[in-house]
Write a protein that binds this ligand. Sequence first.
Ligand code: NAD
Length: 345
Amino acid sequence: MRAGQSMPPMEFVRLLDEAAGLDGVIAIHSTARGPAAGGCRLWSYPDAASVMADAFRLAEGMSYKNAMAELPFGGGKAVLRRPAGEFDRQALFEAFGKAVQQLEGRYITAEDVGTSVADMEYAGRHTRNVAGRSARPGFAGGDPSPWTALGVFEAMKAAARFRFESALSGMTVAVLGVGSVGGELCRLLAEAGARLMIADIDGPRCDRLSDEFGARIVSVEGIADVEAEVFAPCALGGALDEATVATLRARVVCGAANNQLAALHIAEMLVERGIAYAPDYVVNAGGIINVSAEYLGESAGDVRGRVMRIGPRTYAVLEEAAHTGLSPSIVADRMAERLMLQPAA
Ligand code: NAD
């Protein structure tokens, strides 16, 4: 556990079907709120120990994220070793679907890094316990990125209100990574009257957004140093390291990227510098909310209702951090730990 409460031990289920190329584990971290939910990662790992380590870390992370989003799910993750060379995806994911089915609903899968909607369709031939499939008309589903962006936007509004007692209109937001989520976030921010500075390794993408929203393009190396009220990391993890935080001028950090803190002590550094950090997994839950709603057969309206709660939740985390002197990351972890031990309401 990250902040110290006791939990049942992590359960690992070994997956092995040599003929189908299936080799990996399903890790189940918590089930008090409901079935353990978390995607299926397919990646090249050097050995079984690194598969276990990744599955542990990712399943634990899903418990925090699902609980904090108040979803009726615990946390779990499937981690599969990518077979060397060419392989038969249909055979592999059908075998994976059969393994998920054997858990009789204790684990619910979806796509993650290295897996696709098509893979989940193969798995879904053998189990109902799969989300992230093709969207059905009238139901939630499909691309989660716009929902993730909306959640980040709501969290950012709340964090700006907390830190500056002001709306985002007229503020400058520096966005690092303007892909599916970052690009949509730029649209929402432009509509809200914010000024945009953007950086991405994809130059043409930056040019498009600059034309569309009048965003100023800056270098990837320089984006954290620009004069801006808010910094939004929306590329890869680890954007907040010692060097970046030492020179960061923004007083709010709020973005979509997972695992933004390069190390745990960075959370304290942000507190010392007076920077309000909106914890990543609180802010970027829109995607998992959408995937869960698809699994539960809910509507887009249900998704919107849950996503709109991300703003007040972010504000509550920042407020409690200010009152207790703890970092927002620790406050969020403790809130999530209380929630993950309770059945969902
Ligand atoms: P994406 O691949 O569509 O966009 C990522 C962008 O970051 C791309 O434009 C890419 O060119 C850019 N990028 C990559 N490396 C970079 C670097 N070193 N410097 C600058 N830019 C770089 O991904 P996305 O779906 O928009 O997700 C963005 C982040 O949000 C990821 O960390 C992802 O894990 C996280 N996230 C996404 C969702 C979702 O619903 N898509 C949900 C939760 C969290």
